[in-house]
Design a protein around this ligand. Structure first.
Ligand SMILES: [Cu+2]
Length: 333
């Protein structure tokens, strides 16, 4: 999965979480767990699509900016998170089944090729590991930063209001020779009354806690595109976004159908002399295929991290051929 990548670590993307976008929120319970308390062992940002999710997380914000990863990354990125094992590393979820409706512990290990728990990581965006949870219907989303015990066991607490099938992603870079950024994924069953939702309607505007975020730009298979998120509050542009994990925003894209994970790279970084703190935050990404994607954008303002979610469809990659009237799209000759 490394091919063609430039710099970047998935991490660039990870920091997201979410609120949900319009149309969906009303159907979801706003139940959520706050992990922002001082005694919480790990933080939880991002929340269900209910649009209310967010937790302030001052500890994550300033001073954790990462330098090595990605602000200028680009190029095609293959989909991540589809494999539980890759490059000799395996995501071993010790709690593969949890209950919905109340906070529950999640524990997992990253094992090396010899089965030993990995304890050496390279930090990205201020963290050794970013954990993303998403329901397979892409309505529920969490971006968590678990804590690691000396023996390598990672743990956190999460409250998921809705039962269903979830995918868990661990985004990390082993601090080993040749170690590269990996996103491993595995399944999590959340027990309870499950009411499946239908396909998510397209949405380019999301509201969360009084903020309205709009998405401009399109995804295209195999071609890098710029996506621009604009944040307003009460009709006014927000021009004092705060850095969150080293950027003015983080974006994670998940593909409908298989929940493939894509990292998306910020177009600039706080303090680089050219990136304003809002109202626009731009990202560059290349969709691995045509199809529907759910985008989760995290931003920080007034000390709290909030998440806005969107649903977009990536166009097939042969648009230029189309424009030339040569036909394409798998129609062959
Ligand atoms: Cu993270």
């Amino acid at each position: 999965m490394n091919t063609g990548t430039k710099i970047t670590a998935f991490a660039a993307v990870l920091a997201a979480s979410f609120g949900i976008s319009y149309g969906v929120g009303a159907a979801l319970d706003p139940v959520r767990t706050s992990a922002a308390g001082a005694t919480a062992p790990a933080t939880e940002q991002a929340h269900d699509t209910a649009g209310t999710g967010h937790a302030s997380n001052a500890a994550d914000a300033p001073g954790t900016a990462e330098t090595a990863t990605g602000s200028s990354a680009s190029a095609a990125h293959p989909a991540g998170g589809l494999a539980t094992s890759e490059a000799g590393y395996t995501l071993d979820l010790l709690t593969p089944r949890v209950d919905s409706g109340h906070p529950v512990p999640l524990r997992f290990l990253i094992r090396d090729s010899g089965g030993r728990p990995l304890t050496e990581y390279r930090r990205a965006h201020g963290k050794e590991l970013h954990l993303i949870l998403a329901s397979r219907d892409l309505t529920g989303y969490r971006h968590l930063h678990p804590v690691r015990a000396a023996d390598g066991t990672w743990s956190t607490t999460v409250g998921l209001p809705h039962a269903g099938d979830y995918r868990v992603f661990a985004d990390f870079t082993p601090d080993a020779e040749g170690g590269r950024n990996l996103t491993l994924g595995t399944d999590l069953s959340v027990a309870g009354d499950h009411r499946p939702t239908g396909p998510m309607p397209a949405s380019r505007t999301a509201t969360v806690d009084g903020y309205t975020v709009t998405l401009d730009g399109d995804l295209r298979a195999g071609a890098e595109q710029e996506l621009r998120l604009t944040v307003t509050r009460d009709g006014r542009e927000v021009t004092d976004l705060q850095p969150y994990l080293g950027a003015y925003g983080h974006l994670v894209a998940l593909r409908a159908g298989d929940v493939a994970y894509l990292h998306v790279h910020p177009g600039g970084a706080p303090g680089d002399g050219r990136t304003a703190p809002g109202p626009d935050v731009s990202f560059r990404t290349t969709a691995p295929s045509a199809g529907t994607y759910r985008l989760f954008f995290d931003f920080r303002h007034n000390g709290a991290v909030r998440t806005a979610a969107f649903t977009v469809t990536a166009a097939p990659g042969d648009a230029r051929a189309d424009a030339d009237g040569r036909g394409t799209g798998g129609h062959g000759h």
